[in-house]
Design a protein around this ligand. Structure first.
Ligand code: ADP
Ligand code: TYD
Length: 203
């Protein structure tokens, strides 16, 4: 089972991905917790290229190539071997993030994202949690974190609103694998709902 978490910055994806991994491990399951961009040594190197430095360093098209290159390496080295060994893979962001961030934020490049995905990745998750949150709340949470990886958080409120709407539309487009979860609740409540939805999907 390949499970992904999606949503705007600060929605609580990383927190929920970690809690789900811990809960499933407590059930005795073998879980790999990973993230994008990154999740393999090569992809973590690409992460630094895309998330640090001048925001205009890459054209939108080059950015799609870099995120897809990172994903391909992550898939080859981490995700596919784990799934083949019967392990559960939980990933913080995956191709849906490229569909939204690279597909929507600087012109309409969704078609290009999908073409490259079909050519180079060709795999969707079995289950995707969309952690939905008001961007004002998400941004406030995200700003509380320290670090040098700021560029997509710096997009501002209007763009985050578009991303939120885009993710909700994506959840309707891929209705079979998406589960919409309200992230504006206490962490434990969100985690309990996600765990029960995962157990139902595993059963
Ligand atoms: P994301 O990975 O979606 O950007 P994180 O899981 O890193 O989000 O959470 C962003 C910040 O908000 C963190 O400081 C985290 O501790 C906090 N946080 C996460 N979930 C909740 C929640 N349900 N309520 C309040 N704060 C939260
Ligand atoms: P992440 O570390 O998940 O950030 P956050 O915890 O703030 O949500 O992801 C880093 C940034 O990378 C995030 O702003 C979204 C962006 N991103 C893309 O633009 N395209 C992609 O394909 C992926 C996976 C992430």
């Amino acid at each position: 089972m390949f499970i992904t978490f999606e949503g705007i910055d600060g929605s609580g994806k990383s927190t929920q991905a970690r809690l789900l991994a811990e809960a499933l491990r407590a059930d005795g399951l073998d879980v790999v917790l990973t993230r994008e961009p990154g999740g393999s040594p090569g992809a973590e190197e690409i992460r630094r290229l895309v998330l640090e430095g001048d925001p205009d360093r890459w054209s939108p098209e080059t950015e799609i190539l870099l995120f897809t290159a990172a994903r391909r390496d992550h898939l080859e080295r981490t995700i596919a071997p784990a799934l083949a060994a019967g392990r559960i893979v939980i990933c913080d962001r995956f191709a849906d993030s490229t569909r939204m961030y690279q597909g929507l934020s600087r012109g309409d490049l969704r078609g290009l994202v999908d073409q490259l995905h079909a050519l180079m990745i060709g795999r969707e998750p079995d289950l995707t949690f969309l952690v939905d949150i008001d961007p004002t709340v998400g941004l406030a949470r995200a700003k509380g974190r320290q670090g040098t990886e700021e560029r997509f958080e710096d997009m501002g409120l209007a763009m985050q609103e578009r991303m939120r709407a885009g993710f909700l539309a994506l959840a309707r487009e891929f209705a079979t694998r998406f589960r919409l979860v309200n992230g504006a609740r206490p962490t434990e409540d969100v985690a309990a709902e996600i765990l029960s939805l995962t157990r139902a999907a595993l059963a």
